[in-house]
Design a protein around this ligand. Sequence first.
Ligand code: R5P
Length: 307
Amino acid sequence: MRTLFYNMPGFEALARTIAKKLNIKKGVYQLKRFTNNEAQIVISDDVKNSKCLVLGTNVPPDQRTIELMFLCHTLKKEGAKKISAILPYLAYTRQDRKEAKKSLAMDWFAKTFKISGVSEIITLDIHSQLAQKLFDMPLISLSPAKIFADEIKKISFIDATIIAPDEGAINRCQDVKKYLGIKEPISYFKKKRNGQKISSVFKGKAKRRVILIDDILDTGGTLIVACKELKKLGVHEIIIMVTHGLFTNDNWKELWDLGVKKIYTTDSLPLVARNSHEAGFPDLEVKTRPGISILPIAPIIERHFRK
Ligand code: R5P
């Protein structure tokens, strides 16, 4: 079956790398806007009976969800046999729990992907298993554990304590430990959110050097609270590893004053210049900060499609 690789704006470099490695032809489409701003997708390829990979994201939803869903819907309408949406950062996974009178956004996305013709979703380090249950199609979450473990070995931090900043992060910490061959029980924080306020209680042991591992660094609130507690325990060197670095607002910068020496994240979202038209993507400035390292995810996605 012929395969075509489409990408949304901002994902050009990642798409080129993956398509080249997998030897897949790039597909071409255009997003047109009518004078009243209504969107229209125009594809340039004949996709009948082909397999289409679509790399992008659904954030921010008002701009990118429509583009993503219309693109998949058009490919389906034109006869594509299988559509795999590759969304390294699948947004809204934090709305995966039924709560009275509150939206359940992940459920809406799951249904909308389905009616747009998507056959499967490939993402990176999904927030929780709950989201997967809402999808009536394969939702495959690839793990960054190996690239984090490789980096820990490279910087000789293997003797540090790996700590989960909340209970939801315990499994991802355990995955990294497996790659490192560390067997000791996991240390973690019991986190409570009360509106914007976060409080965390530490459970376990911490050496003087620690590594905090989480799926998302959004405002940095979770990690700031964890670092403050660790400081009280005498920890003096902290490394942070997060799969999705959103770096929303500037609060996260406080981490540098709390003993954080380095933040590792991945290129699950493109970085763009502040105030550019690519709203919602993290600021390009984070890439140029000496304390931040961006780990490439292309090898993880390639490996998945080679299987
Ligand atoms: C929540 O449970 C997630 O795993 C992250 O810990 C959280 O979303 C990070 O957000 P923030 O950086 O704003 O605390």
